[in-house]
Design a protein around this ligand. Structure first.
Ligand code: HEC
Ligand code: HEC
Length: 228
């Protein structure tokens, strides 16, 4: 009797394990099969549906990125960026770069795939929705010790592209840096300088190379203090 029960349990467990294994394999296949590359230039030209973008955002994105009025611990730590109010074309490029493997991030990567964003059109819709949200004014800043020096570094090396108020430029795909968490700026600065983001403007890499290891804290602190 006991033996029979044992066998039944074993068989049930085996079947369960097989099912689980099969599910994992199918999930892996579906992820790789639907990671077809998308085209930034096609996506920026599409007309957009903001209501559809809002729906997509609320279902798939808001639990991590939140809205501009709520900042989580993961934002504070620089793990998750604040994206409300970013330029539409920039968002489109960021999403497609992550999806196409030009930027590596295991947390964000799955959300750029077909299960969440089917094609260029959905990427454009969600980006248009995020772009019209107000920028956060509640971000954390650096230590504020060298703000004047940081301002000089910014004006000399970054302003030409990112703008006087770090407002960025939609047509040139230059991100708005206003209102971003200091720790996220720092993490991305290091990622870009170490060439871990493939589609980076070569002129920006030149600018980064002029900023020393210690000076980066000053320039990023200054940026984190610019009010929109
Ligand atoms: C499980 C949490 C999570 C979810 C859900 C999520 N993201 Fe993200 N997202 C992240 C993280 C973490 C990063 C940082 C990527 C990096 O470091 O390169 C990120 C980065 C981004 C960026 C790049 C921002 C920048 O400044 O470089 C955009 C744009 C973005 N996400 C949009 C979205 C959209 C749109 C959705 C919904 C379809 C979404 N995310 C869903 C965690 C998430
Ligand atoms: C030649 C123009 C140019 C210059 C100069 C430049 N940037 Fe950028 N920056 C860009 C572009 C374009 C991107 C988007 C890169 C990408 O998509 O990978 C960017 C991205 C960034 C990001 C990542 C933002 C995000 O949300 O992912 C940070 C941080 C940044 N720049 C800071 C700086 C700082 C600090 C300086 C000055 C030391 C600077 N940049 C100089 C054009 C420039």
């Amino acid at each position: 009797m006991v033996e029979k029960m044992k066998t039944t349990i074993q068989t049930t467990m085996q079947t369960a394990m097989q099912k689980l294994f099969l599910t994992i394999i199918l999930a892996a296949i579906s992820v790789s099969a639907f990671a077809n590359k998308l085209d930034v230039n096609k996506a920026i030209k599409l007309s957009v549906d903001i209501d559809k973008g809002k729906q997509l955002y609320q279902i798939n994105c808001s639990r991590c990125h939140q809205s501009q009025s709520y900042i989580s611990k993961q934002h504070r730590a620089g793990t998750i960026p604040l994206i409300a109010g970013q330029h539409k074309n920039v968002l489109i490029k960021q999403l497609i770069d992550i999806r196409n493997g030009d930027r590596q991030n295991l947390i964000m990567y799955p959300y750029t795939l077909n299960q969440y964003l089917k094609n260029e059109s959905e990427i454009a819709d969600v980006s248009a929705y995020i772009a019209q949200l107000p920028v956060s004014v509640n971000n954390t800043q650096g230590d504020g010790k060298e703000s004047n020096f940081g301002k000089k570094l910014y004006n000399d090396n970054c302003k030409s592209c990112h703008g006087v108020k770090a407002e960025g430029n939609n047509n040139n795909f230059v991100p708005k840096l206003q209102g971003q968490e200091y720790n996220y700026l720092l993490r991305q600065f290091v990622m870009i300088r170490d060439k871990r983001r493939a589609k980076t403007h070569p002129k920006m890499l030149e600018a980064f190379n002029k900023i020393s290891q210690t000076d980066k804290f000053s320039v990023l602190d200054y940026i984190s203090r610019i009010n929109p």
